[in-house]
Ligand binder design. Structure first.
Ligand code: ZN
Length: 483
């Protein structure tokens, strides 16, 4: 049997440090008796893109997943009809478990992002991030598995519940530990009752805790505060230790011929600010809102926080539901991003989508516009430091190869020191604001292998996530010509 444990966002440098200090005894054992190496993520290093590469061994230009959201359109460089979360149908290319199934091996795939809606397979599947919920059709294969999990394992959830707000650290941490515990229990249950040749389990809490709790352990973070740091400074480490204990429980069940791979899709690091690229594009005339009553909102430009606050309170009181308002508009009010229907696409030539700095340009002149925007972006400075806010600007053609390249964002940005992310907001009061989150992604994750499968790594030491499917196929002995 081959067991693959994904620790979303687990960072190589944090693992090294905490292995050294004795907080991750099971990863330490893997390192000592097997191999533990850094693993290079995709560009951008965000979960949907990286996990799609993990499944297919393809670069984003080939599998076609470029971020959390998809602009729905008929042709590249056309205005989108709507924006929606990415799903498994957007990811093109054969998954490694399909190859394993063809070779006669059964596979159990649990918690991998962008697997919703799930496809039938020889084995079982439970969707991960970007699925609506465990009981939604398409969340599990076989379809009855969701109800069985609830009955036999407990209140398993695909992603942690609730929205974190500062001051509610305890609620968040309780939820994260409880989710992790349930993931460990589900792994146990499936290994006992639905044994396959290959099992994949992804634990997602390692990523969430870094986004929310980074500032408490990092004294160089602009929002660090020493008394809160004393209280919550070990929050991230505690989640890593918990995840490590789940790895340990699984390790102890392996037989002599079994192998385990522990990997992550990217690492974690500090987040210092949010860059409101749509706001910037709007001020420069690349993005134009549609007329109508939305103009009223535009008039409140500087007071956008106030408008959002009102919308949130009204939403909480259930008032918005009573007003005859289109779903799209209500969502836009909540997010600050005027949806695709509220943009004057006839006059717009560029927009930012997602958190990772992806700019789509439109029309016949899309490439000239992209170039013009790239030059202007290079002049932006981070507040305070005077450092370049946009460290580098890539075109899709620079980074990617394959049949989906023209559907990629025209520009993919790397923001100062990786410490900034971007927002959807059209009406931000400043170019850069301070977010609630204090952590974001870094490009270096981990790859650990233990057991006879370690031999499949050969002499290679520089792994990137695109090599994972081949490595897994090698470990189960169907590499080479059968790939
Ligand atoms: Zn991730």
């Amino acid at each position: 049997m081959l067991l693959v444990v994904g620790l979303d966002g687990a960072s190589y440098d944090l693992c090294e440090q905490w292995i050294e200090q004795g907080y991750l005894p099971n990863l330490a054992r893997m390192k000592q008796e097997g191999m533990l190496l850094p693993l290079k993520s995709t560009i951008p290093s965000v979960s949907p893109v990286a996990w799609s590469t993990f499944m297919t061994g393809m670069n984003p230009g080939e599998h076609g997943v470029f971020g959390f959201f998809v602009p729905e359109r008929h042709r590249a460089y056309e205005p989108p009809m709507c924006f929606r979360p990415v799903n498994s149908r957007d990811c093109r290319g054969e998954r490694f478990w399909e190859k394993m199934n063809k070779a006669g091996l059964s596979t159990g795939i649990v918690g991998v992002p962008v697997t919703y809606p799930v496809q039938p397979l020889d084995g079982h599947m439970v969707a991960g991030l970007l699925a609506p919920g465990l009981s939604t059709p398409g969340a599990t294969y076989p379809p009855g598995l969701g109800a069985e999990i609830i009955a036999k394992v407990g209140p398993y959830r695909l992603v942690p519940r609730g929205i974190y707000t500062p001051g509610r650290e305890q609620v968040l941490m309780r939820e994260l530990h409880s989710c992790l515990e349930l993931r460990g229990r589900l792994a146990q249950y499936l290994l006992e009752n639905y044994r396959c040749d290959v099992h994949v389990f992804v634990l997602y809490e390692t990523d969430v805790v870094q986004h929310k709790m980074w500032r408490f352990m990092d004294s160089s973070h602009p929002r660090y505060n020493s008394s809160a740091g004393k209280k919550w400074g070990t929050a991230i480490r505690d989640i890593y230790t918990h995840a490590d204990s789940i790895v340990g429980r699984l390790l102890r069940q392996l037989g002599q011929d079994d192998s385990i791979v522990v990997m992550s899709d990217h690492g974690g690091g500090p987040l210092h600010g949010i860059v409101h690229l749509n706001s910037w594009l709007r001020r420069r005339g690349y993005l134009v809102e549609r007329g109508g009553w939305q103009r009223w909102l535009v008039g409140l430009n500087g007071k956008w926080g106030f408008v959002q606050g009102c919308a949130r309170i009204a939403g909480l009181l259930g008032l918005l539901s009573g007003i005859r308002m289109r779903q799209e508009t209500r969502r836009a009010l909540a997010s600050g991003f005027l949806g695709a229907k509220n943009i004057d696409w006839g006059r717009s030539t560029a927009y930012n989508l997602g958190f990772e700095g992806a700019i789509y340009t439109l029309g016949e002149n899309h490439s000239a516009i992209a170039q013009e925007i790239a030059e202007a972006l290079r002049c932006l400075r981070a507040p305070g430091s005077g450092q370049a806010l946009v460290e580098s600007v890539h075109t899709a053609q620079d980074l990617y190869r394959g049949r989906s390249v023209e559907y990629a964002p025209s520009l993919i940005l790397q923001l100062a020191g990786g410490k900034y992310s971007t927002s959807q907001k059209m009406f931000a009061p400043q170019l850069v604001t301070t977010p609630t989150d204090s952590g974001t992604h870094t490009p270096t994750g981990i790859l650990g292998v233990w057991g006879p499968g370690t031999a499949a790594m050969g002499a290679r030491r520089n792994f990137d996530i695109q090599m994972i499917p081949d490595l897994l196929l090698d470990i189960v002995g169907i590499g080479g010509s059968q790939k």
